[in-house]
Design a protein around this ligand. Structure first.
Ligand code: DAV
Length: 385
């Protein structure tokens, strides 16, 4: 362990990652310190299911749960180091502080366990997302020391920030969650009717699935169409696609729904299938979309935002190796059958802090370049026609 850490010291940073499956070289693993359950705000009820134990609660999470989550995050970092992957960690803030801007106030921040939500790595660029949750407005500060270092160490690194949203009440549909039923949620997902409106550019990085020249963006509670337009102008050489998953009553982040394992292969949440028309681009380019295995658990751990489908929120280390949560035996078996070597790791204590193994990491470097995996384009998903 120590030798591999020492061997990494002094190595210069190279920021470069075009997808979620090429051999992983350098990654950020989140930390649970000081994580809070944020107070209600116009969009946060989006994420808290009707029967959740988190309803009406806010404030710092219990210390023993923070310690357990950090143990599992540290273990993930250690395993990645042993695999030869360079690992960096964010610098947590005291998240239990109010956020006050000219446009809004909220009682606390959130945390820095899921770096995937805020950092979008595209080639030699790391783009800080324009997140729609007020409690996450200053989350990027936890990554500033790392980004600053990458900037000094890699002369080609592009450190970018999407337009900062104002997040005033005008950015949200008033009363969107008032007495909303699950059936109504599903109807609205199918109709592309979400809590945010199109007044501002809003997206979470975890809504974007990177596959070389093509970025597939989930239109949902945390990402709007205007963000996709912005991303298309920001990355003029790439193709931005809008996808959505009508079976998801809480469409937040694509990485427990649509997860590529290697070029040509994607696992898709069977409760949230990609609509037929949007499948055309995958079929036309000989990509296989298979139903993910069903989760082992019937419910998420206590005080968790995410669904049981964190089972498929895996971290692909290379085209043949994947890290999966250790209790998710069905998902592990499926990975095995799909020709992947599985590294199991206990991670359920980290789930409540913002997600699974993919959420808990953000790419700095993977081998490989910007491939065109989808030379045959269809009009059904593309933002620019
Ligand atoms: O199924 O709850 C979780 C994704 C977290 N980044 C879900 C999505």
């Amino acid at each position: 362990m120590n030798t591999s850490v020492n061997a990494q010291e002094g190595s210069t940073t190279k920021v470069s990652s075009w997808n979620d499956f090429d051999p992983l070289k350098h990654v950020i693993v989140g930390r649970a310190d000081h994580t809070c359950i944020p107070p209600n705000e116009p969009c946060s009820e989006a994420k808290v299911p009707e029967d959740s134990d988190m309803r009406g609660m806010w404030g710092p999470r219990p210390l023993e749960t923070v310690e357990k989550a950090n143990e599992q995050l540290d273990k993930l970092a250690a395993i990645l180091s042993e695999l030869g992957v360079k690992v960096d960690r964010p610098t947590p803030l005291q998240w239990n502080q109010a956020v006050i801007t000219p446009d809004f106030q909220t009682g606390s921040m959130f945390g820095c366990m899921p770096p995937r939500d805020v950092l979008l790595t595209v080639g030699n660029e790391i783009l800080l997302a324009a997140m729609s949750f007020r409690c996450r407005y200053f989350e990027y500060l936890a990554y500033e020391p790392l980004l600053s270092r990458y900037f000094d160490e890699d002369p080609d690194f592009r450190w970018e920030q999407a337009p900062r949203p104002r997040l005033s009440d005008a950015s949200y549909k008033a009363g969107y969650f008032d007495e909303i039923t699950e059936a109504e949620r599903l109807k609205r997902t199918a109709e592309l009717n979400f809590v945010t409106n199109e007044r501002e550019i809003l997206f979470d990085a975890a809504d974007i699935c990177r596959m070389g020249k093509d970025l597939f963006c989930q239109h949902g509670l945390t990402t709007n169409r205007r963000a996709m337009e912005w991303l298309q102008r920001h990355f003029p050489d790439l193709r931005i696609h809008a996808v959505n998953f009508p079976g998801d009553p809480y469409p937040i982040h694509i990485d427990a729904t649509f997860v590529p394992l290697r070029p040509g292969l994607i696992i898709n949440n069977p409760d949230r299938p990609l609509p037929d028309k949007q499948r055309a681009i995958f079929n036309d380019n000989d990509w296989e979309i298979v139903d993910a295995a069903r989760p082992v658990h019937n419910s998420p751990p206590p005080l968790c935002y995410s669904s049981v489908w964190l089972s498929m929120n895996c971290l692909v280390v290379d085209h043949k190796t994947v890290i999966v949560e250790a209790s998710e035996t069905r998902q592990m078996d499926q990975m095995d059958k799909l020709g992947m070597n599985v590294i199991p790791i206990d991670f359920r204590d980290a789930y409540p802090f913002g997600g699974g193994l993919h959420c808990a990491t953000a790419d700095v470097c993977r081998e490989g370049g910007c491939e065109d995996y989808f030379p045959k384009q269809t009009r059904y998903t593309q933002i620019k026609h």
